[in-house]
Design a protein around this ligand. Structure first.
Ligand code: ZN
Length: 141
């Protein structure tokens, strides 16, 4: 049995053949997928997609989406986690982290969102799904 621990199945790249991708994964023995969200605007779609297929999912704000996220999105994440607290398919906060690979990103804003989401995850008793690109030292610190 295989588990795909990180699949952005909600991404528009899959719009044309999402069901076929799921069918191929199942045929290959993938019994479970974890779908991490990347921004608040995707939360409902990720949750609905997970429930449609019985997949696990995570809610969070990805470091590549931090610059277009609003400060209030952290409170929206917190509220959504509270609203879905009894959902057995909600398994983590993610995808969160630090990206020091892509040029031009605001590292301070990334770090603030990362730290705040770690606090939110702890409050909700959930593990985190981390995005780490050229940022391992800063992320662990
Ligand atoms: Zn990812």
């Amino acid at each position: 049995m295989w588990i795909d621990t990180h699949c952005h199945l909600d991404a528009p790249e899959f719009d044309a053949d999402r069901d076929a991708v799921v069918a191929r994964a199942r045929a290959a023995g993938v019994a479970q997928l974890v779908l991490p969200a990347v921004e608040v605007a995707h939360f409902a779609a990720v949750r609905e997609l997970a429930h449609a297929h019985g997949f696990a999912y995570a809610l969070g704000i990805h470091p590549l989406y931090v610059q277009r996220a609003a400060d209030e999105d952290l409170a929206r994440l917190d509220a959504e986690l509270a609203a879905q607290r009894d959902d057995p398919l909600l398994v983590a906060v993610g995808e969160i982290g630090l990206d020091h690979f892509v040029p031009g990103l605001d590292r301070e804003r990334q770090e603030r969102f990362y730290v705040e989401q770690l606090k939110i995850a702890r409050r909700h008793g959930l593990p985190v799904i981390l995005h780490v690109r050229r940022s391992a030292d800063a992320l662990l610190k």
